[in-house]
Design a protein around this ligand. Structure first.
Ligand SMILES: [Mg+2]
Length: 110
């Protein structure tokens, strides 16, 4: 099943409604967690720890996922639709850097 940014954001909203409703809008907490995870990502990149045999613990794959998790959480605290934001930002970038590639012209593999 396809995993979209929209679906990830919705999943996290539903999850926090159940497990930590009082934390759902705590932007500062998620921002600090994001910075913490960026630090962990720096370490595994420095050590070049890639995932092997599906074991994600202590790898670049794990820490990138953690970073994404808190980016999504922060977006949720503001009810920001990150797919829309990404599209709009790429439109700005295409003008700024004069590239013609459109995201909707990209075909997904599989
Ligand atoms: Mg981590």
């Amino acid at each position: 099943m396809n995993l979209t940014i929209k679906k990830m954001q919705k999943y996290l909203k539903e999850k926090y409604k159940i497990i930590k409703p009082e934390e759902m809008n705590n932007t500062q907490r998620y921002f600090l967690k994001l910075i913490e995870e960026v630090g962990e990502l720096a370490e595994v990149i420095r050590k070049d720890k890639r995932m092997e045999d599906g074991n994600i613990k202590g790898t670049i794959e794990e820490e990138l996922s953690d970073v994404l998790y808190y980016v999504l959480m922060i977006a949720n605290t503001y009810d920001i639709d990150l797919e829309t934001s990404f599209r709009l930002k790429e439109e700005l970038n295409s003008k700024r850097y004069n590239h013609k590639l459109k995201i909707d012209n990209i075909k997904e593999d599989n």
